[in-house]
Write a protein of this length. Structure first.
Length: 288
């Protein structure tokens, strides 16, 4: 998809803009009222005048830089809101996260910064606040990962892998296996051990995730206090950029952590589970 495909339709934004809608309804109502004393000609003239105004508006307004900027901001806001709702549903579907209260606090701080940026006397811009708003989505995405890791089903799955690994070890230690059965059981054992090893790596990532979930709201609070203490500071953009660079380090952690939070490797274990069980059944003379 090209960059042009991602741009909003400015002419549609003009037609559906609240002020334009009020203009259309006002002129139409005035034309209808004027038609009672002056007849249908007044209605036709009013509608023709409205059409002319709309054509002039379509030719000029969608190309204005300030109008395009406002439309772009609205579209980005709607996209963030939709993404936020999707992530919140995802968090709750996995049993919730203990860090949602921190997320709400971050959202409140960002909303306050939006109000500050709307004051023309401050050097803070709306685009800078939007970058902080994007970081709250990264934080919420990490809350999804936290909720997945806290899901008790993951612990049940690991316990199941431990039990099956012990069963395979017992069959290998029992002997009386032909070469094919030994090969299948050893392959299943390797898969189980690989799954447990990956779970250990995920546990290490979980520690890093927990640290980021605790530190990120504190860093955002520092940014908020810095802005609110000196909203008209001429060096505010530079100071904010330095603080944002620290906050964006957490975004890299989020991108690394959001991918493999299910027990990757368990699927491949499940694929070989039947082979191991079939080998065990053959070893004791059962039918597969």
């Amino acid at each position: 998809m090209s960059a042009d495909d991602d741009k909003p339709s400015y002419w549609q934004a003009f037609l559906w803009h609240r002020k334009n809608q009020l203009l259309v309804m006002g002129v139409t109502a005035a034309s209808v009222l004027a038609s009672f004393p002056f007849g249908a000609d007044a209605l036709v003239l009013g509608l023709l005048g409205l059409s002319a105004l709309e054509m002039i508006g379509l030719a000029i307004v969608p190309g204005l830089p300030n109008f395009q900027l406002a439309v772009n901001e609205r579209v980005r806001r709607e996209q963030r809101d939709a993404r936020r709702e999707t992530l919140l549903r995802e968090v709750h579907s996995h049993g919730g996260s203990n860090h949602l209260r921190s997320f709400e606090q971050m959202c409140n701080r960002v909303a306050s910064l939006y109000r500050t940026a709307s004051d023309r006397s401050t050097s803070l811009t709306t685009r800078e606040v939007e970058q902080l708003d994007d970081l709250t989505l990264d934080y919420l995405r990490m809350c999804v990962s936290d909720a997945v890791l806290r899901n008790p089903q993951a612990n049940d799955l690991i316990s199941s892998v431990h039990r099956k690994l012990r069963a395979v070890d017992e069959r290998l230690a029992g002997g009386n296996l032909d070469q094919e059965e030994q090969t299948q059981l050893r392959r299943a054992k390797a898969e189980y051990e690989e799954a447990l090893s990956r779970q250990g790596r995920i546990a290490s990532r979980r520690s890093a995730l927990e640290a980021t979930l605790v530190a990120m709201p504190i860093r955002l609070e520092e940014v908020y206090q810095m802005v609110m203490s000196a909203p008209r500071d001429g060096n505010l953009s530079q100071m904010l950029e330095e603080s944002m660079s620290k906050l964006k380090l957490a975004e890299q952690v989020a991108q690394d952590l959001e991918r493999p939070f299910e027990l990757t490797g368990i699927g491949s274990v499940a694929a070989d589970r039947e082979a191991a069980q079939a080998a065990a059944r053959r070893a004791v003379g059962q039918r597969p």
